[in-house]
Design a protein around this ligand. Structure first.
Ligand code: GDP
Length: 293
């Protein structure tokens, strides 16, 4: 993950540290390289422009030029600017209990796997968790969720034959209440594309479940397209946070850097592998430190 950006930045940092003094020209050159590296990592151009402008202002406005270790000082300014762009305003999930989470996303985004990962994470945090297989269109998705639920030893609520979505969700709502669950994750239907039918079904699920959290799962590798997907969902449903799946397979990492600035939504979790344990809360500092080596 982030290898591409990491490599480019490391080589830039090495050069910068080699300078005894930094001229304005050196700083402009370094910012040009940062711009190219961020664009190559598929970071949104608006974000690239803003980060570069901020670093430039700060670097020229402080004593970087005269300091003893100007390279390090410049790197710190860039480091702090990146954290500022990445940091989430929303930290973690709502503290309301019972907590209802509606999980949505396109097919193949890793939504079902993420439902199980999130359930396991909540379980490890001492919650009484349940999973609701709210995808009535694909029996395979239901089976997959049931299998994952048994793997992590969490109860799963599935529709009966030919049960309609509304009736099923109302039943699941009642049952999970009776079972005194503290967190219930509703795995909704996905589609290959964001079509009207999917959005209608999601809106219906939302109106029945009235979740405190609507989390959207985005495949990190979709990059800028992922940012557009978030915007399209947001127009129809009040998404409250994002989960970037398959972060382990994304050498570029652009979506992680772009999404907050462009959509206003925070990334709450990262999926970092196929296993159910491969899941972590999103921490800007941790990500930037990884990048800076
Ligand atoms: P859904 O169609 O959105 O429900 O997607 P699935 O949960 O079935 O996942 C699609 C594929 O992505 C599966 O092969 C998963 O194992 C894989 N997958 C999901 N999350 C991750 C992740 O964080 N990292 C990696 N490497 N693979 C993942």
């Amino acid at each position: 993950m982030l290898e591409l950006l990491q490599q480019k930045l490391q080589s830039l940092f090495k050069n910068l540290r080699g300078y005894g003094k930094l001229s304005e020209e050196n700083i402009s050159g370094a910012i040009r390289e940062i711009r190219l590296a961020l664009l190559a990592a598929d970071v949104h151009y608006q974000v690239v422009r803003d980060i570069c402008e901020e670093v430039k202002q700060k670097a020229l406005g402080t004593k970087v030029l005269e300091s003893i270790r100007p390279g390090d000082q410049f790197i710190k300014i860039f480091h702090d600017a990146l954290i500022e762009y990445l940091a989430s305003e929303k930290q973690g999930l709502s503290t309301e209990r019972p907590l209802r989470i509606l999980l949505c996303g396109l097919n193949g985004s890793g939504k079902t796997t993420t439902a199980a990962k999130l359930a396991l994470w909540c379980k490890k945090n001492k919650e009484r968790v349940g999973l609701v297989a709210a995808d009535l269109t694909r029996p395979a998705a239901r089976e997959q969720l049931t299998k994952l639920a048994s793997q992590i030893d969490v109860p799963v609520y599935a529709p009966e034959k030919e049960e309609k979505i509304e009736a099923f969700l109302s039943r699941a709502l009642e049952q999970t209440k009776q079972d005194r669950l503290s967190v219930v994750i509703y795995d909704t239907a996905g589609r290959l594309d964001l079509d009207e039918e999917l959005l209608k079904e999601l809106q219906l699920a939302y109106s029945v479940v009235l979740p405190q959290e609507v989390l959207l799962v985005i495949d990190s590798a979709t990059g800028q397209k992922g940012v557009d997907i978030v915007k399209a969902f947001l127009e129809k449903i009040p998404v409250s946070g994002l989960i970037l799946s398959k972060f382990d397979g994304d050498a570029r990492g652009g979506a992680a850097f772009s999404v907050k600035k462009v959509t206003g939504l925070s990334v709450l979790f990262l999926g970092t592998g196929e296993k159910v344990e491969a899941f972590e809360p999103f921490r800007a500092e941790r990500l930037v430190d990884r990048l800076f080596g």
